[in-house]
Design a protein around this ligand. Structure first.
Ligand code: ATP
Ligand code: MG
Length: 352
């Protein structure tokens, strides 16, 4: 029971550079949108929202692949009743199969497939550089309308590099100040990672970045000041840095919201990121705290299936259609049609 929709325009993706100064520019499946989902802090709801956004997109008729990129604590498969996936990223990373697409597992919805993390990935959290590059290359080759990547907590280089595969990855944050601090730290780390990657062949600029990062330390130096300092030795590089940051558009998704105040606080956070990191964070909406999500977890299903009319499911639809502009691209769905989509989800649940 799916709705046929027209294809989406292709997103802007930047080339991925590895640490040894080699640019990996691999073929990107045409018109595939890649949305990495990260958050800094653990337990903010990254996996829950990846599963639900993915299922929501597939119910809207898109071909979706969910990749469990939480290499240290893979659990995305548990939302799809896969207790012990027969194939996973480790099947690919240990070269049992040549292509990432060969480990994809089907779900009852033909539009939705999974690349599971697998429980045997212990020790894979620190992927070698070669393995990471290969994984990224193969993620970019996946053929789907949307590829959503669930990432682990923290700012490991693997996580930063997969997150910055796209210019508009999603940062999931909860209302607690601790979560905001971690989300800020994560975005800051992506900014520095991107700058270092951009200037990897420019030693004087790389030195300035290193020096600034060390100095700024806990004081959180402004990236705008770093760019000015780069400009003192290399005005062209300064402009390139500015342009790169102007193109970087990470998204903020607020989860486990319990009061209006939590939503009101978003503006301050967005302003802070703009002022200190010269990065425009796009707020794409919120998902309320909802026990139905916990019930769904116990049943190993996304809440969109188990309780399609719940607050959480309604919010996920709103994020998809308003925050992420899926409706705009389609010129067909309005937020009010949540009820119609809830009916689709209810019908879908019979097949799971
Ligand atoms: N909106 C919500 N309402 C209620 N509970 C939620 C909500 N979102 C997530 N949870 C619960 O929070 C817990 C953590 O969620 P989840 O595992 O998705 O987080 P995560 O960010 O992927 O964690 P990790 O960093 O460990 O990978 C789970 O028990 C989940 O059911
Ligand atoms: Mg998780």
């Amino acid at each position: 029971m799916t709705v046929q929709l027209r294809p989406l325009p292709s997103p802007r993706l930047e080339p991925v550079a590895d640490d040894s100064n080699v640019i990996v520019l691999d073929t990107q499946a045409p018109s595939t949108v890649i949305w990495p989902v990260a958050g800094g802090k653990g337990g903010t709801g990254k996996s829950t929202l990846t599963a639900n956004l993915g299922l929501g997109l597939s119910l809207l008729g898109y071909k979706v692949i969910l990749v469990d990129g939480d290499l240290g604590g893979a659990d995305l498969h548990l939302f799809f009743n896969q207790v012990s996936p027969p194939r996973s990223l480790s099947t690919f990373l240990t070269r049992e199969v040549d292509e990432l697409r060969d480990v994809l597992l089907p779900t009852p919805n033909e539009n939705l497939r999974l690349a599971c993390g697998g429980s045997e990935l212990v020790g894979m959290a620190n992927l070698s550089h070669g393995a990471k590059t290969k994984l990224i290359r193969h993620i970019r080759k996946l053929d789907a309308d949307f590829v959503l990547i669930d990432l682990g907590a923290g700012s490991a280089y693997n996580t930063l590099d997969i997150f910055t595969l796209a210019e508009d990855g999603i940062v999931v944050c909860t209302p607690e100040p601790q979560a905001r601090v971690d989300a800020y730290g994560f975005i800051k780390n992506t900014v520095y990672r991107k700058l270092r990657r951009l200037f990897r062949k420019n030693d004087p600029v790389t030195d300035v970045i290193g020096e600034f990062a060390r100095e700024a330390g806990r004081r959180s130096g402004r990236v705008a000041d770093l760019l000015l300092r780069i400009g003192e030795i290399d005005p062209v590089a300064m402009e390139e840095g500015r342009q790169m940051l102007a193109d970087y558009r990470p998204r903020l998704l607020l989860n486990r919201v319990r009061s209006r105040r939590h939503i009101d606080e978003v503006d301050r956070f967005v302003t802070l990121v703009r002022e200190y990191l010269s990065t425009e964070l796009e707020y794409i909406g919120y998902v309320r705290n909802d026990d139905k999500i916990l019930d769904a977890c116990e049943r190993r299903r996304p809440v969109m299936l188990t309780s399609p009319k719940s607050a959480a499911a309604t919010d996920v639809y709103n994020v998809l259609m308003n925050g992420l502009d899926v409706s705009d691209r389609l010129h067909r769905f309005e937020a009010k049609q949540h009820r119609k989509l809830a009916q689709v989800a209810k019908a879908e649940a019979k097949f799971w």
